[in-house]
Design a protein around this ligand. Structure first.
Ligand SMILES: [Ca+2]
Length: 313
């Protein structure tokens, strides 16, 4: 079977970096058409730089990296340097990127790519705020039925929130964008905190990655060492959640995950709960299902997959 065509929309971020590497390590299953960058964990100048650093670390120079929106659709940008460090990729000592960004804007690239490929052939994988995806849908509504699926990291039900008591970071940063995406009628799979908080990089799991011994594996181990310090202190667990690679793992091994087809609405008006994913997990409303909301992951299977794939780069 031909590999599945995907575009990763991202705000790297150490866990974004691992997600990109997992995709690039899996060319038999995934054809990464482009990496489109958005402001989120850190400002756009850093996310575009970090995506280029990761591309060069992987040795896959042919994948275009594009700059997208530098701020949310209506709100001021909220960033997360307290988690990811000043650059977003703090931890390993990686060389400055040599290869440039591809010309053009990520939103135009998303629209053009979806229009020139057969309908239903491209899966979008947003692992940052949904600004680029929503801006594309807003500007070119004809692309919605051409998208095969959107598999995104964001939101929470049982885990409720991480950046506020009520909201997960990616959705909280641009709730207007999330609202557009969840109302788009595109098939959506959500990888929420409920799942990623079970994908903990324990010492043993990170040591297994480090033991691969390649430059890629060492960089991944040092990146997770860095951002773990924040979540370890916050949650008091053995290891931090490895959020974004769960999206790519779902594409590779959906059998490692389970969830429910439910209705998900986005809070866009209350400042107290701004960006909350109001997920009807228990089916207490008659609102129509608009997403597959994942709830569980085989974490050992996920880390076995990740370790095996990273060893290929
Ligand atoms: Ca991210």
């Amino acid at each position: 079977m031909a590999p599945r065509k995907i575009i990763i929309d991202t705000d790297p971020g150490q866990d974004d970096a691992v997600a990109i590497l997992l995709a690039l390590a899996s060319p038999e299953e995934l054809d990464l058409l482009a990496i489109t960058c958005v402001a989120g964990n850190v400002p756009l100048d850093f996310t575009t730089r970090n995506a280029r650093i990761i591309r060069e670390l992987s040795g896959k120079a042919e994948v275009p990296v594009l700059a997208g929106c530098d701020r949310p659709m209506t709100r001021a940008l909220v960033t997360a340097e307290h988690v990811h460090g000043r650059t977003g990729l703090d931890g390993p000592d990686l060389p400055d990127p040599m290869l440039p960004l591809a010309p053009g804007h990520a939103v135009d690239h998303l629209i053009d790519t979806l229009r020139c490929h057969p309908a239903g052939s491209i899966t979008l994988c947003p692992i940052g705020p949904l600004t680029n995806i929503a801006t594309a849908l807003d500007r070119a509504p004809d692309i919605a039925p051409r998208i095969k699926e959107i598999v995104l990291m964001g939101g929470a039900y049982f885990a409720v929130g991480n950046v506020t008591p009520a909201a997960e970071f990616n959705i909280h940063v641009d709730p207007q964008a999330a609202d557009i995406v969840f109302k788009s009628d595109v098939p959506i799979t959500v990888v929420p905190l409920d799942v990623t908080h079970k994908a903990l990089v324990t010492r043993a799991r990170n040591d297994a990655i480090r033991a691969i011994g390649t430059p890629v594996a060492r960089a991944v181990a040092e990146m997770t060492d860095f951002f773990e310090r924040y979540d370890r202190a916050k949650y008091g667990q053995d290891g931090a959640p490895l959020h974004d690679p769960c999206v790519i793992a779902y594409l590779l091994r959906p059998d490692l995950f389970s969830g429910r087809h439910i209705n998900v609405e986005i809070e866009t008006t209350s400042e107290l709960t701004m960006g909350m994913t109001v997920a009807d997990w228990w089916g207490v409303t008659d609102r129509a299902a608009n997403a597959l909301f994942l709830g569980d992951i085989d974490a050992d299977g996920f880390f076995a997959l990740l370790t095996e794939r990273l060893a290929r780069l």
